[in-house]
Write a protein that binds this ligand. Structure first.
Ligand SMILES: [Zn+2]
Ligand SMILES: [Zn+2]
Length: 304
């Protein structure tokens, strides 16, 4: 339970209340969880708050293995009616994967394909966001990705699968090697590209993405900057080079299903992105440990 910024406690709590109870087998962590621990997060709700949003387990009522989707769109707001459910104005967020059990609305649950391990299936949540971002990317054949974290690497793999020419930029040699293993070229500095996808989430990275865009390029901003952040961008390329700058946020339930297929079929090798498996007691320390070397996702197994 999060009791406040940097105040994470492992404790016995009341039985979770909700439509379906799920016994958790794996919950993967990402930068959003670190952000939530350190500074709180818009989607957290009041303290004490449960968190963890990339979760797989077993339904207690049917025994079925499920991915617990982290959100259920309302289906009735203007965005939902326009098929942009990722932007639902009344989203129900479903958090609480860092626990032994959680409760979820049935509408949040996705069946896990046979043969896909829990930790791999949990990665369908971030992979769905990558699927969504690539759907926003247009059709530029010469694609660049700024940032070789797990999101940047997922984007690289999806663009490679589409047959694009993919260059990933990261200053860590270990991450460049990971990108190469996924079929991308890897560099320390970008040239200019038809498509640039930013996967860092810092103002200087957003500016670097604009600088790496060829005239007429599409720039997709995938990494979220800190809350309340203003970013200054150069006016000239936005206007004279007709850059098409787009945000990409979250995913739709259909994109979660697509991500599960990609993981189950082996098109996206989740093991290449899997890091250490830890128990709940080790989570607080692991989430704030500075990341170095390869980009790999922390896996929480509450049974450890
Ligand atoms: Zn995440
Ligand atoms: Zn809605």
């Amino acid at each position: 339970m999060l009791h406040g910024p940097d105040d994470l406690r492992v404790e016995q709590v009341a039985e979770p209340q909700g439509e379906v109870l799920v016994t958790i087998e794996a919950a993967t962590a990402c930068a959003t969880d670190t952000k939530a621990l350190r500074h709180g997060h818009l989607i957290l709700g009041p303290y004490p708050a449960r968190f963890g949003h990339e979760t797989v387990g077993v339904r207690e009522d049917t025994g079925e293995r499920v991915l617990v989707g982290d959100s259920v769109p309302c289906a009735t707001c203007a965005q939902c009616r326009a098929q942009r459910t990722q932007l639902c104005e009344q989203m129900t967020w479903v958090l609480g994967g860092f626990a032994e059990r959680m409760a979820a609305p049935a509408a949040a649950l996705h069946a896990v394909p046979d043969g896909l391990e829990a930790a791999g299936a949990a990665m369908a949540e971030p992979l769905a966001a990558a699927v969504h971002a690539v759907a926003r990317a247009g059709d530029g054949a010469d694609a660049a990705i700024l940032g070789g974290g797990t999101m940047g690497l997922m984007l690289a793999r999806l663009l490679v699968l589409q047959g694009r020419d993919v260059t990933l930029c990261d200053r860590h040699p270990e991450r460049r090697a990971q990108a190469q293993a996924l079929g991308a070229r890897a560099v320390e500095r970008l040239g200019r590209h038809e498509l640039v996808m930013e996967a860092v989430g810092r103002p200087e990275a957003w500016r670097a993405a604009i600088a790496a865009a060829a005239p007429g390029a599409t720039v997709v901003l995938v990494g979220g900057c800190p809350a309340g952040c203003d970013v200054t961008l150069p006016a000239a390329p936005l206007h004279y080079a007709e850059l098409d700058v787009r945000g990409a946020f979250h995913h739709t339930p259909a994109e979660v299903e697509r991500a599960l297929e990609l993981l189950a079929g082996g098109d996206v090798d989740w093991r290449a992105l899997a890091g250490e498996t830890i128990g709940l007691d080790a989570l607080g320390v692991a989430l704030v440990r500075p990341s170095a070397g390869e980009a790999r996702k922390l896996i929480v197994d509450p049974r450890l």
